[in-house]
Design a binder for this molecule. Sequence first.
Ligand code: NAP
Ligand code: FE
Length: 381
Amino acid sequence: RKEESFMQFFAPTHVYLEKNCVDNHKQELLSYGKRAFIITGKHSSAVNGSLADVLAVLDEASVPYLIYNDIEENPSVETVAKAAAEGKEFQADFVIGIGGGSPLDAAKVIALLIANPQEDAGCLYEPKDLKALPVIAIPTTCGTGSEVTPNAVLTRHAFKTKKSISYNIYPELALVDGKYLASANGRLLIHTAVDALAHCVESRLHAKANVYNHMFSEYGLSLWGKLAPVLEQIAAGPDAVPSSLSDEDLEAFMLASTVAGMAIAQTTTSLPHAISYEITYNHGVPHGKACGIFLAAYMDEYARNNPEDVNRVLSLLGFDSTESFGEYLRRLLGSVAITEEESNLYADNIMANASKLSTYPFPIDREAILRILTCSLDVTA
Ligand code: NAP
Ligand code: FE
């Protein structure tokens, strides 16, 4: 465990969480530039009102904008390069990301590429000193916390996996409004809320954990514990829009997500996220489910070295054992099947990922990674 003298805390994003947040903070939004490049997904921001809220502010102030609405889930290096080319031609001087973690992460990378026209996407995983255009982030899912983190995860088809780029890009401004969740279906709420849960757990059980980030990870875990029964109800009818949810419930989901983002902004994520990238890339499993499915087994592994911290996580969440926590997550998420050959390959890939292994505060071997995989997934011969 790191000495307390290594403690650091850094959270430069201005964050507002309230109803009608975009309109309430339009002056600050407009202060970041004169030509806006809007980055969003294919449909959802046009349906949930977030895009219309932003366009109303830009139109009222006669700020020119260009919309790029072709960001896919788990955006690829190729997609952000294509979008950045359009943004450069438009001469955008600030970027507004609207949507789930995919458009928000893409917005950060696009802002970096536009600000550095001498570079191509080859720079994204190099150790250069590059700065991005200002980014404004407006989340419409309750999972990634990307609006308050410096990270941007891209799919790298060339390497058949996903990876966070080498640069820290904090949004200048995060405008968080629970009302955008009202159009989400139960499955999306579950998956993204479980991503926020994974952020709290992985940040709390992490080599860089310290009292500063405990403030966020522990508070996030206790918030999440209150939402756990709500999610179990949603899981009973996950395809219907959960009209039973109040505005306060939706805001609580957003709050848990931003708090969890503030936690990982201090530490990064850990092994469940690292393993999830294999499952998402190769089996198309949504990000939150792909992380959540490994949490109980990760905690079992961690408890071999430090049962106290695992018990602390469980008690904040309101569970009495990793077993009951794992059963709860299975009820929420269902299962994922892979072959034995795949599990061996994924274990090899994780063992080759030195930077992710260093987030785990104890020695770890291939056997332990295989245990996490086989305890969490349905592994067939
Ligand atoms: P997402 O991939 O952004 O979106 C998933 C789906 O939800 C899309 O089909 C999207 O539709 C739809 N959607 C978004 N908001 C909606 C709403 N309010 N109502 C209905 N549908 C909605 O999902 P995500 O889980 O938020 O983001 C996952 C990505 O974030 C992954 O690439 C992951 O690696 C990354 N991530 C980043 C961080 C970080 O710190 N930066 C942390 C964790 C994860 P449209 O395509 O039509 O918009
Ligand atoms: Fe995540």
